[in-house]
Design a binder for this molecule. Structure first.
Ligand SMILES: [Zn+2]
Length: 66
């Protein structure tokens, strides 16, 4: 008995699920979650804490490397 369903499910990936795996806090270098974010020059930055976010907002040029 061939399981047709398994053939069709093959190659079907969950593209709707976008995982940000390089969510790194630019201020302290720690891995940041997706709770505290800030958009700066069209890029979204992630922070581990409000403290780091505040540091970034005050001196973004120190942390933006591009
Ligand atoms: Zn941090």
């Amino acid at each position: 008995m061939v399981n047709i369903k398994s053939l069709f499910s093959f190659g079907k990936s969950d593209n709707n699920k976008k995982i940000v795996d390089d969510a790194k806090d630019p201020v302290c270098g720690m891995h940041a979650g997706d709770k505290i974010t800030l958009e700066h020059n069209g890029r979204v930055y992630h922070f581990c804490s409000d403290f780091c976010k505040t540091q970034f907002v005050q001196h973004p040029e120190q942390y933006v490397t591009e």
